[in-house]
Design a protein around this ligand. Sequence first.
Ligand code: P1T
Length: 391
Amino acid sequence: MTDKTDLSDGSFGFETRAIHAGQHPDPSTGAVVTPVYLTSTFVHSAPGEYAGYDYSRAGNPTRAAYEACVANLEGARFGFALASGCLGTTTAMHLLSQGDHVIACDDMYGGTYRLFETVFRRCGLDFSYVDMTDPAALEAALRPETRMVWLETPTNPLMKLIDIAAVAEIAHATGAQVMVDNTFMSPYFQRPIELGADLVLHSTTKYINGHSDLIGGVVITDDEDLAERLDFLNCSMGGIQSTFDTYLCLRSLKTLAIRMQAHADNAMAVARFLEAHPKVAGVAYPGLESHPQHELARRQASGFGGMVSVTLEGGLEAARKMMADVRVFTLAESLGGVESLIEHPGLMTHASLTPEKQAEVGITPGLLRLSVGIETQADLIEDLERALAGV
Ligand code: P1T
């Protein structure tokens, strides 16, 4: 049988590795597609003697193939598939101990902020939030007990960019580790580990699975010590992703490249259309020359992604009208699926932030976030044009 394991090699392109890395024809049947091993347990030939797997919380061949593939795409060796993006964050926070300090970016998914403030602060971790678009602000916030720097780039929902390499240099000088939530870009456009990050998180609910039909997360590292500790945490805490859902994620990775290209093409067209519209006060999309960090976007990523934030001149009233009037865009939380979504961060994804905190980070009543899907581009523009005409 042809040995496909070498298709994980870095000399192969992203698309080739997305289809083959971590996978090889099933040795018992020759099946080309990795089977879904729906089994909780595996036979021991004698007590403690088994062929690689003993219990699916500790490891499962379908999950292992997916973890190897997704880690490979991030330029790393170790991946841990978890039941949600939030559980990925939870697992990573368990790498820390009581009294440790985390510096996080000031704009991030509302559920991550809620997890930090309401769960992990109670467990004895301390958090500071800084605008990391200015790496000097990170330097000023460092303390001797700072163990982790946490960031999203682009940030959710304001689309601010953070220089991963600059942050890694500052954090590593004091011994802190850097974790990047790479959900918005996917490894197709941005690979934080290659830029110096120690850990990468994805809510695989989004682009990695890409079809809005499951909840999942993955934590990735190339550091053997971190991998060993994550493996232990994953097995002990039991937050693994279900075998069937890891199969769906593995299947979705095969089309990640072409999906991301289509998302980005449509997002660029949507961003340009919105930027020129008289009822729009501002558009945040890293691909626009008007984005204040457009140069950084070009430098640290190979594309600009599918997320666009837009502020309407008419504030909350206009935003409500637009959300009610769109037809191709669907009013819903989440992002990264093939279908286009629209949502209001202040009332939806970031509602767990107090109004004061929202104002502090810049989430305004007229702000809408678009996850631009891969439908026909003209239909998306026409939908937005028609909805904006009524606001
Ligand atoms: O929903 P879950 O799979 O647990 O992932 C949490 C999460 C983590 N990181 C980022 C950047 C995210 O956007 C999310 C989830 N976000 C949404 C549901 C949303 O609409 O923004």
